[in-house]
Design a protein. Sequence first.
Length: 326
Amino acid sequence: VRARLGAIINARDTHVCVPLQGSGTFSVEAAVNTLVPRDGHLLVLINGAYGKRLARLAQMMGRRITQFETAEDVPTTAADVDGLLARDPSITHVGLIHCETSTGIENPLAAIAAVVAKHRRALIIDAMSSFGALPIDAQAIPFDALIAASGKCVEGPPGMGFVFARKSVLEKSEGRSSSLAMDLHDQWVYMEKTTQWRFTPPTHVLVALDAALAQYVEEGGQPARLARYRANCDALLTGLAELGLKSFLPPAIQAPIIVTVHAPRDPRFAFKDFYARVRDKGFVLYPGKLTQVETFRFGCIGAIGPDEMRSAVHAMRDALDEMGVR
Ligand SMILES: *Cc1c(COP(=O)(O)O)cnc(C)c1O
């Protein structure tokens, strides 16, 4: 499973895949706690809830952080990062959310990684909702850690995360973690030595993930998965436009992973009612995560195709009709 995961991002000998029990956040926390020295300084690039979560967990583990926040519909740019790193030489690490799942915005990973490398700082990438779908090449994009999980775009069950850590960096991180269970160095060394997990393994998740990865390869790997998600996203956006619903992000920065939509202005619209009606027709919507505007979200990922997206749009149209929403 580790080798198959590594092949997806061309990790080769530069990076090792260290799996960890738990949801994705556990692996983000483990990566920061193991790879950022206790006296390190992490610049966190934020344009949504997951960026805020990264900043919070790093701070809770006692790391010095600086937050750089843009609006939820504004990607961080390489120029932003260039300026921030030039002004503050004490920053040792940069934390980036590749696809910020709270809106679906795609941050420019390759350009930001190049700038971070130019300044000789280390990059930590939360690629939780992009790994497996958006192209990432570990030989072309310099990073110390990239974090993802068994669910989302590799379409396994949730329950296990994994960190691709630069081998030369991980080798030097012994004894740095302030947590035993989250110590990626210990996890890696033990696994290499014994071929066993340190603690009780998530057996069912692993077996199912193995099957999901076989299906991933059979489908045609990353390009095929991206093409299907893009077709899903296009079918959804077309259907939403027909319903008069407006998506939150402009197409240029919309990753085909998750789509945020403005709630209709009609006073007859109430999300709770709408949600229940659409659910009763077989589709579960994803509540919005924005504070300023009322939105809801759609996942374009999972073992579904454009037909399912169109059926979901029909269910929403029927629900809106029933509610008398124009
Ligand atoms: C899903 C996700 C996570 C992890 O969330 P968990 O609920 O802990 O699995 C982290 N970052 C991003 C960008 C995500 O989409």
